[in-house]
Ligand binder design. Structure first.
Ligand code: C2E
Ligand code: MG
Ligand code: MG
Ligand code: MG
Length: 287
């Protein structure tokens, strides 16, 4: 597919360059070029209250608008990105962009809106996560309570003092801390007591199987129960059917996310779907 001289002097794939190592290096260059050209964008997936479907917030999810391959989801490029040094800069950009968008939506009347942002493990080491977050909040005038950081087990499990310390500082600022994809890996329940969490996200694998499997349903129910006992908020991920929504709502899972309520979408589509006025329109109509 790759052609010599395509897309503004992209690397040329000649047969002698086709070793796996070389392809990886080319791909790594691609990532740097993508960042420089602004090809990364954030999509937003709605998070809703399960009882009535009211919008509570959004999760920001990165996409790559690739010049020749089109729209790429994280599975296609995050593993490579996380191996390199660019990950810190991309992580910083994600925080800033998501905060900018959240601030815009809150100014345009989104009410109690919360923006959830996924964090790379490297962000705890490569740069200063606490500084990045404070700067983004300050720059865009976003209240810390409107931001929630999502961590996965591989970050939490690093057992690193730097991670724990940064999380305590972020939590003390008022920022929410969510444990993402809960229940799928090796995290022990003691994690729930050691980390300053505000939310557990039930992994979509449980949600996807719980109506067929009483055991999966029992685990999902137990996670909801633990969350309630610990005073944590609970979000179920990957809700695709009304039956799943009803089952979780009946078990007092407060919030959910999934294709039933909306796929990850560009900011403009999100505004249209949830009737968020763009700030410019609001100024025009009120002035
Ligand atoms: P995640 O944080 O668990 O995000 C949820 C993933 O589930 C998203 O995949 C979303 O599109 C997908 N999803 C949501 N609802 C449904 C559903 O009803 N059914 C199904 N089958 N899937 C659903 P996506 O966007 O491909 O992201 C994959 C993962 O990549 C994320 O999992 C997250 O771990 C990571 N990621 C995405 N964006 C970022 C980012 O900006 N920074 C970092 N550090 N990681 C990111
Ligand atoms: Mg997430
Ligand atoms: Mg998740
Ligand atoms: Mg995930």
């Amino acid at each position: 597919q790759a052609k010599a001289g395509g897309a503004g002097g992209r690397a040329v794939y000649t047969p002698d360059l086709r070793s796996a190592a070389m392809e990886r290096r080319v791909y790594c260059l691609d990532l740097h070029r993508a960042a420089a050209r602004g090809e990364f964008v954030l999509f937003y997936q709605p998070q809703v209250r399960l009882a009535d479907g009211a919008l509570t917030g959004a999760e920001a999810l990165i996409r790559w608008i690739h010049p020749t391959r089109g729209l790429l989801t994280p599975a296609a490029f995050l593993p490579q990105l996380e191996k390199g040094r660019l990950v810190g800069a991309v992580g910083t950009w994600v925080i800033d962009e998501a905060c900018a968008q959240a601030a815009r939506w809150m100014r345009s009347g989104a009410g109690d809106f919360r923006m959830a942002v996924n964090i790379f493990g490297a962000q705890f080491h490569a740069g200063d996560l606490v500084r990045d977050v404070s700067q983004a909040l300050g720059r865009h005038g976003l209240a810390p309570e409107a931001l929630e950081l999502e961590l996965t087990e591989n970050i939490v499990l690093s057992g690193d003092d730097a991670v724990l310390e940064a999380l305590h500082r972020l939590r003390a600022m008022g920022i929410g801390i969510a444990f993402d994809d809960f229940g799928t890996g090796y995290a022990s329940l003691s994690m729930l007591t050691q980390y300053p969490l505000t939310r557990i996200k039930i992994d979509r694998s449980f949600v996807g199987r719980m109506l067929q499997s009483p055991r999966e349903a029992a685990v999902a129910g137990a996670i909801i129960g633990i969350g309630r006992e610990l005073g944590l908020s609970i979000t179920a991920e990957g809700i695709e059917t009304e039956d799943q929504r009803a089952h979780l709502a009946a078990r007092r899972c407060a919030e959910g996310q999934g294709y039933l309520f909306g796929r990850p979408m560009p900011a403009g589509a999100f505004e249209a779907a949830f009737a968020l006025e763009a700030p410019a329109e609001r100024r025009a109509s009120s002035g």
